[in-house]
Ligand binder design. Structure first.
Ligand SMILES: Nc1ncnc2c1ncn2[C@@H]1O[C@H](COP(=O)(O)OP(=O)(O)OP(=O)(O)O)[C@@H](O)[C@H]1O
Ligand SMILES: O=C(O)C[C@@H](O)[C@H](O)C(=O)CO
Length: 318
């Protein structure tokens, strides 16, 4: 692996069928085959920004599995801990996109090849060169035993002094809110950086008011609570202070993956020592840029693109 800081993540990835027209999926007959998956999106985002990004996964031993494997490797993600499993089909999801870029997802992903993983599949060598462990609620949702796998990863990360970041990424199509709360209970107290949507925080805390949601989190002693709020930007709550990340105005055409892009930008900023406001600004820029391109990860920028967007660098286009 080359580059300075390393991040490690784990999770499923799917073939993502992106519609070629907007509106209800039942009327869309043409789709473009792409690749998606919350944790892989973050790994790709980190790799594009120049971090070493390692992704642990299992894919079906089929044509789609080979597509995802090559795609991840082509993006510079370390796939040394990704295997193609005989007897499983790689997951697929279809997207519906509305005029404003928002949408719905329809999953065809069970049984997932990831179900062959157990806590024993996780070994200390996977953490070599890693400073950041990134976990997502999508991974936890796919199999009840994934909580034990995540806890084993957290144990190793804590032993090695690795920072632990977590995005609840609640997809209520995959599990119920009761299952979410049960799965998150042992995870949240171990998290250093929580990267959550405000709507997700309301679901976890079972409260509507922001202040009450933050009070709910107090007992977990999370070092940084970052709240993402779509086109309204983001906020960071840290050591009793609140930092504001002003949103950028863009023409969003596909908002899926903006949160993953934001996370990649935030982790990059954190590892590279950007200050609280600077890293929110950087992450907001990455999230905003993702929404301007069709697909979950195609819009993820490299550092030059972010700096050009932020006006820090002139880019000669032609
Ligand atoms: N329409 C938009 N215009 C400008 N910036 C946006 C827009 N949508 C998202 N962003 C940026 O991306 C960040 C993350 O988006 P969002 O809040 O939708 O994340 P999320 O809910 O975690 O998304 P995901 O669907 O990927 O899980 C926002 O905080 C914002 O900075
Ligand atoms: O289920 C997932 O892994 C996430 C995908 O549905 C999609 O890539 C996404 O929601 C990204 O945040």
């Amino acid at each position: 692996m080359s580059g300075k800081y390393g991040m490690l993540t784990i999770g499923d990835a799917m073939i993502t069928m992106n519609p070629l027209s907007t509106g209800p999926m039942r009327y869309v007959s043409e789709f473009e085959r792409k690749v998606g998956g919350a944790d892989l999106n973050v790994a790709i985002g980190c790799a594009r920004l120049g971090l070493n990004a390692r992704w642990i996964s299992r894919l079906g031993k089929d044509e789609f599995g080979k597509v995802i494997y090559s795609f991840a490797r082509g993006e510079g993600v370390d796939v040394n801990h990704v295997r193609l499993e005989e007897g499983f089909a790689t997951g697929v999801n279809f997207k519906e996109i509305r005029e404003d870029g928002s949408g719905k997802t329809f999953y065809y992903r069970f049984p997932t090849p990831l179900s062959v993983l157990t806590p024993e599949s996780i070994t200390a060598d996977m953490f070599e060169g890693i400073q950041m462990l990134y976990l997502s609620g999508v991974f936890l949702s796919l199999d009840p035993k994934n909580v034990a796998i995540a806890l084993r990863m957290i144990d190793i990360a804590e032993e090695k002094g690795i920072t632990i970041a977590f995005d609840p990424n609640i997809r209520l199509k995959l599990w119920t809110i009761e299952q979410v709360r049960e799965a998150f209970a042992p995870i949240l107290p171990r998290v250093d950086i929580l990267l959550t949507g405000f709507d997700e925080l309301q679901l976890i805390a079972d409260r509507k008011d922001l202040q009450e949601c933050l009070e709910f989190l107090n007992s977990y002693e999370i070092r940084e609570v970052v709240i993402k709020n779509g086109s309204k930007g983001s906020k960071l709550y840290r050591e009793g202070s609140c930092f504001n990340g002003e949103p950028f105005q863009v023409k969003a055409i596909d908002t899926v993956g903006a949160g993953d892009g934001f996370n990649a930008g935030y982790l990059y900023g954190y590892l590279n020592g950007l200050g609280p406001e600077e890293r929110l600004r950087f992450a907001n820029a990455v999230g905003a840029l993702v929404t301007t391109v069709s697909g979950d990860n195609e819009g993820l920028p490299d550092t030059d693109e972010v700096n050009a967007f932020l006006g820090n660098k002139t880019v000669i286009e032609r």
